[in-house]
Write a protein that binds this ligand. Structure first.
Ligand SMILES: C[S@@+](CC[C@H](N)C(=O)[O-])C[C@H]1O[C@@H](n2cnc3c(N)ncnc32)[C@H](O)[C@@H]1O
Length: 212
């Protein structure tokens, strides 16, 4: 059994990560997966999002709120959204005073148009149903103000066949994806202007974009 089966309660297809219902198990797996480097990896990722003081930030697929807690001291207010009530409860219990958490889906964001300056989403696109991903990006576009910024981060599996199989065995097929294939042209198709993309340590790949 892959670790994925321990964490996910339901998903439509094996290559979709699905909704995670076990926050404590997720935290243990995440700490182990980063071999002690999770804090450093997410601090780098938060810096790549280039938060500014006063920013209204939305974290889509926030899970246990790990990234939003790192973003909170350098932003105005951070809202985290996840379809899992258990993940949202876990995040809420640990919320700094400028973070709030909401149960909801990326493809149906319950926020008014233009209500955020920065939208981030880490390791969450591959958890959404495949057919919901383009709409999730359109929703992120809608809730950003003109000039607002987007950072999407995905796991970038190792290129070697064996290493990739090992990752798949440990975590399930959803983590074996190539992030370029996963995202395709969905970000520009949603209306964004892609500014750059890059890689960070710990097999992290990101795309930065702006809403014109
Ligand atoms: C691997 S976790 C990443 C959590 C967090 N962003 C992080 O980097 O630690 C993926 C998260 O996506 C959530 N998710 C699943 N389907 C989703 C959807 N349709 N919209 C938003 N998030 C979703 C899962 O419940 C899970 O908490």
């Amino acid at each position: 059994m892959g670790l994925g089966k321990l964490l996910h309660s339901h998903r439509e297809h094996a290559d979709e990560g699905g909704v995670i219902e076990r926050p404590r198990a997720y935290e243990v797996v995440a700490e182990l997966a980063y071999l002690g480097g999770r804090r450093a990896a997410f601090t780098r990722l938060a810096a790549a999002a280039r938060p500014r003081p006063g920013d209204r930030v939305l974290d889509v697929g926030c899970g246990t709120g790990y990234l939003s807690r790192i973003l909170s001291p350098v932003s105005g207010h951070v809202t985290g959204l996840d379809p899992s009530p258990a993940m949202i409860a876990h995040a809420t219990e640990r919320a700094p005073s400028n973070c709030t958490y909401v149960v909801g889906e990326g493809q149906d964001l319950p926020f008014p148009d233009g209500s955020f300056d920065l939208v981030v989403s880490s390791l969450a696109m591959h958890h959404m149903p495949r057919e919901a991903r383009p709409e999730a990006l359109r929703q992120m576009f809608r809730v950003l103000r003109p000039g607002g910024r987007l950072l999407i981060a995905e796991f970038s599996p190792p290129s070697g066949h064996l290493a990739r199989r090992l990752v798949g065995l440990l975590t399930g097929p959803a983590m074996r994806h190539d992030p370029h294939e996963l995202l395709g042209s969905m970000i520009p198709d949603a209306g964004f202007q892609v500014t750059d993309e890059g890689r960070l340590p710990h097999l992290m790949y990101y795309v930065r974009a702006t809403r014109p």
